[in-house]
Design a protein around this ligand. Structure first.
Ligand SMILES: Nc1ncnc2c1ncn2[C@@H]1O[C@H](COP(=O)(O)OP(=O)(O)OP(=O)(O)O)[C@@H](O)[C@H]1O
Ligand SMILES: [Mg+2]
Length: 238
């Protein structure tokens, strides 16, 4: 790939001495919408954590726009345009919705912009984060990350535990964020249907390695590939 935005080359990384990612190489161009799929425990979260600088990298290189990220903190990476919505939905439970959003704010992104994307958060802006429903907390976690105007959005299973109607709403927000084609999005998901409809490219992980990397359209046309790598029947895709 010519001048990738993010490039992992032969990355072996984990927690302490453990090796979870096993010599993983992945290049992503600006504006790509990549779905990262894989069974539980294969290293999806570890991949996003490694890009953010939250794991131990044992060997390999990781660059962002050509710059080596080794040794850079999560804050420095955030300033370079990376934004993570963690699987644990880390919001501040005792702060109000509005305070949570302002805590994530950078570069003059306004609260109004967040509320246009998530009107529900505006209705609940004075409620404490801990009083929100699971779906509302997920909206808040995404909105707070967006308050830093990240060029690269890393989302870790944002649909986990959400009712279908809320999944559809969140995917619509993601589609809107991706619309102008400048933002790069890595979406880790186990809901393969919405992920495949959203993504332009799909990467499947297994035991810390990439076992499939190809166009989302190819997977939509050949559900047997999903079945082989994920063990899901085509009918489970929605
Ligand atoms: N903080 C940690 N310390 C030690 N081992 C960890 C830690 N986090 C994850 N692991 C291990 O790393 C492996 C990969 O975990 P990871 O969370 O990346 O998987 P995942 O693909 O995101 O799974 P899931 O779909 O369940 O979220 C697992 O074996 C897990 O037990
Ligand atoms: Mg995970």
């Amino acid at each position: 790939m010519h001048n990738p935005l993010i490039a992992l080359q032969d990355i072996t990384a984990g927690y302490g001495a453990t090796h979870i990612l096993q010599g993983l190489s992945l290049s992503i161009a600006q504006g790509e919408r990549v779905a990262v799929l894989g069974r539980n425990g294969v290293g999806k979260t570890t991949l996003l954590s490694t890009i953010m600088g939250l794991t131990q990298v044992h060997c390999g290189t990781l660059t962002l726009a050509g710059r080596d990220l080794a040794g850079l903190s999560i804050y420095q990476r955030a300033r370079m345009g990376l934004g993570l919505v963690a699987q644990t939905r880390d919001i501040f439970p005792s702060l109000s919705v509005e305070e949570n959003l302002l805590a994530g704010q950078r570069r003059g992104v306004s609260l109004a912009q967040a509320y246009v994307l998530f009107p529900r958060l505006q209705e609940r802006r004075r409620n404490q984060g801990g009083q929100l429903s699971g779906g509302e907390q997920q909206m808040l976690a995404i909105a707070r990350t967006l308050m830093a105007a990240p060029d690269i959005l890393l989302l870790d299973e944002p649909l986990e535990g959400l009712a279908p109607v809320l999944c559809a709403q969140l995917m619509a927000v993601l589609a809107e964020l991706a619309q102008d084609g400048t933002r790069t999005i890595l979406l880790v998901e186990q809901n393969t249907g919405p992920a495949l409809r959203f993504a332009s490219r799909v990467v499947i992980l297994d035991q810390g390695r990439i076992v499939y990397d190809g166009a989302a359209a190819a997977l939509r046309a050949s559900p047997d590939i999903l079945h082989r790598h994920l063990g899901v029947a085509p009918k489970d895709q929605d």
